[in-house]
Design a protein around this ligand. Structure first.
Ligand code: SAM
Length: 283
């Protein structure tokens, strides 16, 4: 059986062309074909590093037949590099279909790491990075976006979002509604580019920062939100528990209502019981 080719997943710059690695250039030069999300866009980068390798278009909407063609090349022994318009392929970018298919055929899939907006932003945010959740793009429709944000309100890990310029203001307003005025936020705009700017503060200040200067609404954004602090988590659980106690009280004793509400919400029994007694109107 002939030797299999390798599928290289190659990171490219997120703005500054100098951020391409020597290894990325060497791999792009050595492979048989480069599969790119947008060939016209990638041509500019490839010309700047004098790579003349054959370029074909490939994205998640490519036909199964087109993906199959790439797999057949790899099975025949040719190596292929996958690149996206910017940053690391498969990170809110195409490539998943090709990678999973390559893996099911036993084809080696090798990363050539480099820039990604998520890690670049986290590295300068000044918010906890030991644990984080990458949410990518929020839903475009307002109701779905608010619903997703509501689901994330109690998440204790740092949250990372990608956002586009035409939705940035509305998304931040939705975040303010969901997380409250005081939640900490970091905004990384136009990372590695000429008009790069950063904001660190709370949500209410961030909306003001964007609205005060239309220029700050232009370009590409990473939005990082601090996770829910333990204190906020506990007071939200307590509020939920008290709402449940209120509903349950008609049918069961106060003690039982508190026990059930705390089991459901995870709130602390003693505190909920004391607060429930304080709230209870005398019969
Ligand atoms: N694959 C890319 C990566 O590794 O970061 C992400 C591609 S995704 C289609 C594009 C989004 O990434 C943008 O809308 C923006 O949210 C974020 N992004 C990409 N480049 C950026 C930059 N230079 N500054 C800030 N955000 C950026």
């Amino acid at each position: 059986m002939s030797k299999l080719g390798t599928l290289f997943i190659v990171a490219t710059p997120i703005g500054n062309l100098d951020d391409i690695s020597k290894r990325a250039v060497a791999v792009l030069q050595s492979v048989h074909t480069i599969a790119a999300e947008d060939t016209r866009h990638s041509n500019k980068l490839l010309q700047s590093v004098q790579v003349k390798t054959r370029l074909v278009s490939h994205h998640d909407f490519s036909s199964d037949q087109a993906t199959r063609k790439l797999i057949d090349r790899l099975l025949a022994g040719d190596s292929i590099a996958l690149i996206s318009d910017a940053g690391t392929p498969l990170i809110s970018d195409p490539g998943y279909k090709l990678v999973i298919l390559a893996r099911t055929h036993g084809i080696p899939v090798i990363p050539i790491p480099g820039a990604s907006a998520v890690t670049a932003a986290l590295s300068v945010a000044g918010l906890p990075t030991d644990k984080f959740v990458f949410e990518g793009f929020l839903p475009g429709k307002s109701a779905a976006r608010q619903h997703r944000l509501d689901e994330l309100v109690l998440e204790p890990r740092t949250l990372v979002f990608y956002e586009s310029p035409h939705r940035i203001v509305q998304s931040l307003k939705d975040m303010q509604l969901a997380f409250g005025d005081d939640r900490e936020i970091f905004i990384a705009r136009e990372l590695t580019k000429k008009f790069e700017s950063h904001f660190l503060g709370n949500l209410v200040e961030s909306v003001r920062w964007l609205e005060q200067d239309n220029n700050q609404q232009r370009g590409e954004f990473v939005v990082i939100i601090a996770g829910c602090a333990e204190q906020e988590l506990e007071s939200r659980r307590q509020r939920q528990a008290l709402e449940l106690v209120e509903l349950l009280r008609c049918d069961v004793s106060m003690k039982k209502a508190v026990a059930i509400a705390c089991q459901i919400t995870g709130a602390r029994k003693n505190q909920v019981y004391e607060a429930a007694l304080r709230n209870a109107t005398p019969d």
